[in-house]
Design a protein around this ligand. Structure first.
Ligand SMILES: [Zn+2]
Length: 162
């Protein structure tokens, strides 16, 4: 397939990596989703700058707010193994159309993109086989700028009980 990415890293990824491989990993791990409430399975796979793939599936428990999306579980999986520089995330679900990451996952991914001063490619594939290729920068205009310090963010949340 042709990758119409306008970023350097997107082009590099297209040359060096088979997007099918990343999606295949996401499809396999989708089968491990633990979703007793929704029964809606999602699989994700993140590609690190070092070329390592980490997978994640969505998880739920009887208290719905404790569930975690596949994308964030994949990122956390990578973090557990010491990887935090991400080039791409593949997402698959049982929906007919491609499913893009939710707002919480976009925020989460954007923070890692910001830390590395890079964009992160998003590849979503639906049950129909249709693929949607976009990126965090395309999905999330705004957010914390790259030079935002932790102290600056903490300072913006300072408040008083009075
Ligand atoms: Zn999400």
């Amino acid at each position: 397939m042709t990758l119409q990415a306008d970023t350097d890293q997107g082009s590099t990824l297209a040359h060096q990596w088979d997007l099918d491989k990343l999606l295949d990993v996401a499809k396999i791990v989708k089968g491990h989703a633990s979703v007793p409430l929704s029964r809606f399975k999602v699989g994700a796979a993140v590609l690190t700058k070092g070329g390592v793939i980490f997978e994640g599936c969505n998880t739920e428990c009887l208290i719905p707010v404790l569930g975690v999306c596949a994308e964030r579980n994949a990122i956390n999986h990578a973090l557990i193994h010491g990887h935090k520089d991400f080039l791409a995330v593949a997402v698959v679900s049982d929906l007919y159309a491609p499913l893009l990451p939710c707002g919480a996952c976009v925020q989460y991914l954007q923070e890692f993109a910001r830390q590395q001063s890079r964009d992160i490619l998003i590849i979503a594939e639906g049950r129909s086989g249709e693929r949607l290729i976009t990126s965090i920068d395309e999905l999330f205009q705004g957010g914390f700028p790259p030079d935002t310090s932790v102290e600056e963010i903490q300072g913006s949340f300072s408040w008083s009980l009075e």
